[in-house]
Design a protein around this ligand. Structure first.
Ligand SMILES: *Cc1c(COP(=O)(O)O)cnc(C)c1O
Ligand SMILES: [Zn+2]
Length: 415
């Protein structure tokens, strides 16, 4: 049984019946169909004490998810480790730094949480062809779950998508189309995806809310897990790499769910981190703009390919979360992102792709400028695995010595 009690468009407030599994507002205004839950009914079966008997994946929170568990396709999504980052904390001058290692999801990024929802709802709706527009991670997640469910995936990815992400997609059996033209400032993959949704009736499941409201509900389980892992005591900051803003919107939704359920009293300050070369959401926050006035990036350029969405589709919900929690937006240069990637690996043993490491780059800046206090407790999401984009890691790595198998030669090359 689903506890979704209502569905309402974020732009025009039109109401929809959850039983119809609506995906987009029929008015064509590209509003997100926000889901509302019956928290009183949920409280009857979901409580702190009952949690200990539940599995450590996103279905631990099944009452707060939009899909019924009988439609679930499970690959082990969620339940990722939260580690105390002692060495890195020392380097940054913090006392309490925690890393949520989302690289440990089935396909190597947090997008699995979202796409597990997208595919469960596709099964409920009886869809057979799924489609997505993506820089790579969301598409490879979708393709993995679709593969297990026996559904077809057509993925539109940017021409710049990393080789590893495309390889994952192909092995999962997706039909992959690489699209040129991101330089135009409009994401061409989104346009093609929408055309095919209209013409062929395919089921859209990209990782932004206006095209599929169910997948947004997957990443909110990160907020649930953090609340439980931090002992329900709260923490000061939550930083996450940000592209479309969907992850931020999900984190905020999760925080509100926790309050509605009476599980927590306070929220961490939400901080979206964007690359300097593509930071429309951060810019809008800094300028104090209304979400309706956010302008897309005309020429996105960044090494963090997973953060290259020129338009932040979920800016409204993401900005609301940042403002309501007293957070702020921060941008980090490619160099700062690469340094964060190096630090995560060298000090904490976590191998991240550039997009996955951007949150740490933002944390470092806020500590250095004094916004984050050294005594604050800080949680940083590491969202995608370094194996997703080996070229970035290779840029950071030193050349490797090749020797004849002789001790004299070995002595010559050791540090
Ligand atoms: C998609 C993605 C993000 C950003 O998430 P949004 O919902 O687009 O803001 C961050 N990190 C990685 C690794 C991603 O794939
Ligand atoms: Zn609408």
């Amino acid at each position: 049984m689903s506890f979704v009690s209502g569905i309402r468009c974020s732009k025009c407030s039109a109401e929809y019946d959850p039983k119809d599994v609506p995906l987009m507002c029929a008015k064509g205004d590209l509003g997100r169909l926000d889901l509302y839950y019956d928290y009183d009914a949920i409280s009857v079966s979901l409580s702190k004490v009952g949690l200990s008997e539940r599995p450590h994946d996103i279905w631990r929170w099944k009452e707060l998810l939009p899909a019924e568990e009988r439609f679930a396709v499970k690959l082990g999504e969620g339940g990722t480790p939260l580690t105390k980052a002692g060495r890195l904390a020392q380097v940054l001058g913090l006392r309490k730094l925690y890393l949520k290692d989302e690289t440990r999801n089935p396909t190597g990024s947090f997008k699995d949480r979202a796409m597990a929802m997208g595919v469960a709802k596709a099964l409920e709706k009886g869809a057979s062809t799924l489609t997505t527009a993506s820089s790579g991670n969301a598409a490879s997640s979708l393709a993995a779950y679709a593969a297990k469910a026996g559904l077809r995936t057509v993925a539109f990815v940017l021409e710049s998508a990393s080789e590893a992400k495309v390889a994952q997609l192909l092995l999962f059996g997706a039909e992959v189309v690489k699209v040129r033209g991101i330089e135009s400032g409009e994401d061409p993959t989104v346009r093609l995806m929408m055309e095919m949704v209209k013409r062929r009736g395919w089921y859209p499941s990209p990782s932004f809310g206006p095209f599929n409201p169910y997948q947004v509900e997957g990443p909110k389980t990160i907020s649930f897990e953090l609340a439980e892992e931090m002992g329900w005591r709260g923490y000061d900051w939550l930083l996450a790499p940000t592209g479309s803003g969907c992850l931020m919107a999900g984190l905020w939704k999760g925080l509100r769910d926790l309050t509605e359920m009476g599980l927590v009293d306070a929220h961490p300050k939400l901080v979206p981190v964007q690359p300097t070369g593509n930071s429309p959401l951060v810019r809008a926050l800094r300028l104090g703009l209304d979400a309706s006035r956010v302008e897309g990036e005309k020429h996105p350029t960044t090494i963090a390919s997973g953060l290259s969405d020129p338009y932040p589709w979920d800016a409204d919900a993401a900005m609301e979360g940042v403002r309501r929690t007293g957070g702020l937006g921060v941008s980090a240069s490619d160099e700062e992102i690469l340094n964060a990637m190096k630090d995560l690996a060298r000090y904490e043993g976590i191998f991240a792709e550039p997009s996955g490491a951007a949150g740490l780059a933002g944390a470092r800046k806020l500590v250095e400028e004094g916004t984050i206090d050294r005594g604050d407790s800080v949680v940083v999401l590491v969202t995608g695995s370094g194996l997703k984009d080996i070229s970035a890691a290779t840029r950071l790595a030193k050349a490797v010595h090749v020797i004849e198998p002789r001790l004299e030669e070995l002595e010559g090359v050791l540090r």
